[in-house]
Design a binder for this molecule. Structure first.
Ligand code: NAD
Ligand code: UDX
Length: 479
């Protein structure tokens, strides 16, 4: 079977960009991305896509209507597809067994049942969502228990490694594509068919094939390793602040060891995003279920340290402002979980804002890409202690950073958007209340310059004071 038609269930941050790039690179394949949400599909078919991702608009514009389609007609799309990606959400369970840690596989199960109900010909079903090890078995059980006569399924694991903000580059120039399949002739044939799709643009040497369970676990492991590096450097940021060491210098020195490498050593306010915490919690739950408490405890510490970092930063803001922020105007610059995305899922800014709101602060928030309603939603979500009306009353969302900082007691930088580096901080100093405070949660600003302008500045992993600023001017920094 040559793959001529692909269907993707789930038109989210993964399904949308991944299938757009497949359509771009495989003009001979018809790719249909489906979602249950009509609103999401309408957005994919409009000029304003549902997600902001650099380069995505161009890819969609090039392929949409040619060999790339966005549709709610799941039935037709499954019927005609040779290969189906399951790219639905796998959030952490919020109720019941494993609540707060286990992955909620209800959308995976729903997708598998849809396929079983609809399919009348052979299909390769590809698990693209991030799932616990052995999830493919669930899909397999559902499909094979409901198979229509003459229909055969092969289930593959093909986890996605793209990062938001760089998704298109990550997909076009993927360092590796991972495909896991059953160790049977039919399973291996299906693996080769999916390899063929990727080989349209990925060198064969970058396509790794493994058994299904290794592939599933490798995805959780990759995210756990990445998050662990951030928690490691963040733990050292606290040591730096207590001792006078500078975490950026430590990261640079440590990262020079080629065995460690320089990436993902940027100390911060804490990691966010829809993946890291969820996937580590998933690994923790899996370890507990496998009766491996020491393994679970090891990975739990990565999440706990991240919570500690967010708390530590927020406490620093409050304590610096004379231990009270009640009725004080605080400018929040950046609300997305990282730059170049409008995604707010698990953004550390949410924790910072909620805590400041609980303390009675008036927040003036600016983010270049996050929709205003999304900010209100995140801050008045049911799991928050704040009442929605208090949130509406105490937050104001701005169109520019300059209007957000006017009259503010403090500027709290939560996301590392490039535009924040080039703001006119002299102008900002003039319009802020004095003493004027800057809390740089991403270490991207020129702290010496800010101190010289008269700001009180705090950042992550480095103690700053006017005297250290004067000393630094006369001393050499590490190359
Ligand atoms: P998302 O919430 O943005 O999108 C999931 C979409 O699936 C939603 O639009 C939902 O309506 C749709 N859906 C659910 N059930 C469906 C069904 N039965 N049929 C059709 N549509 C259905 O999620 P996402 O960020 O794209 O993540 C998807 C998966 O990929 C998750 O498992 C995630 O862990 C993994 N992942 C995400 C990223 C990332 O950067 N966001 C990166 C790698 C892997
Ligand atoms: C992550 C993985 O990188 C990606 O491979 C996987 O497919 C999905 O999860 P994503 O969450 O989109 O991608 O972004 P990433 O760049 O990993 O950043 C996650 C969080 O860590 C962000 O909040 C970011 O600001 C933070 N981070 C990242 C740091 O605090 N320091 C760093 O050095 C790197």
């Amino acid at each position: 079977m040559v793959i001529e038609k692909i269907c993707c269930l789930g038109a989210g941050y993964v399904g949308g960009p991944t299938c757009s790039v497949i359509a771009l690179k495989c003009p001979n394949i018809k790719v249909t991305v489906c979602d249950k949400s009509l609103e999401r599909i309408n957005q994919w078919n409009s000029d304003k896509l549902p997600i902001y991702e650099p380069g995505l608009d161009e890819v969609v514009r090039q392929c949409r209507g040619r060999n790339l389609f966005f549709s709610t007609d799941i039935e037709s799309s499954i019927l005609e597809a040779d290969l189906i990606f399951i790219s639905v959400n796998t959030p952490t369970k919020t109720i019941g067994n494993g609540k707060g840690r286990a992955a909620d596989l209800k959308y995976i199960e729903g997708a598998a049942r849809m396929i079983a109900d609809i399919a009348t010909s052979n299909k390769i079903v590809v698990e693209k969502s991030t799932v616990p090890v052995k999830a493919a078995e669930i899909i397999m059980k559902i499909l094979r228990a409901n198979t229509k006569p003459g229909v055969e399924y092969q289930i593959l694991s093909n986890p996605e490694f793209l990062a938001e903000g760089t998704a298109i580059v990550d997909l076009v120039e993927a360092e590796r594509v991972l495909i896991g399949g059953e160790d049977t002739p039919e399973g291996q044939k299906a693996v080769q068919q999916l390899c063929w799709v990727y080989e349209h643009w990925i060198p064969a040497k970058n396509i790794l094939t493994t058994n299904t369970w290794s592939s599933e676990l490798s995805k959780l492991a990759a995210n756990a390793f990445l998050a662990q590096r951030i928690s490691s450097i963040n733990s050292l940021s606290a040591v730096c602040e207590a001792t006078g060491a500078d975490v950026s210098e430590v990261a640079r020195a440590v990262g020079r060891d080629s065995r460690i490498g320089p990436k993902f050593l940027e100390a911060s306010i804490g990691f966010g995003g829809s993946c890291f915490q969820k996937d580590i919690l998933n690994l923790i739950y899996l370890s507990e279920c496998l009766n491996l408490p020491e393994v679970a405890a090891y990975w739990q510490q990565v999440v706990s340290l991240n919570d500690y970092q967010k708390t530590r930063f927020t406490r620093k803001v409050i304590e610096s402002l004379f231990n009270t922020v009640a009725d004080k105007k605080i400018a929040i610059l950046g609300f997305s979980f990282k730059k170049n995305t409008g995604d707010t899922r698990e953004s550390p800014a949410i924790y910072v804002c909620k805590t400041l709101l609980d303390e009675g602060a008036k927040l003036h928030i600016y983010d270049p890409k996050v929709e205003h309603e999304q900010i209100f939603y995140e801050l008045s979500h049911p799991l928050v202690t704040n009442e929605p009306e208090i949130v509406r009353k105490n937050i104001q969302i701005h169109e520019t950073a300059y209007s957000a900082v006017a009259g503010a007691h403090a500027l709290v930088l939560c996301t590392e958007w490039d535009e924040f580096k080039t703001l006119d901080y002299k102008k900002i100093y003039e319009v802020m209340m004095k003493p004027a405070y800057v809390f740089d949660g991403r270490k991207i600003l020129d702290h010496e310059a800010l101190l010289n302008m008269g700001f009180h500045v705090q950042t992550i992993g480095k103690r700053l004071s006017r005297t250290s600023s004067i000393r630094a001017q006369g001393s050499q920094t590490m190359p």
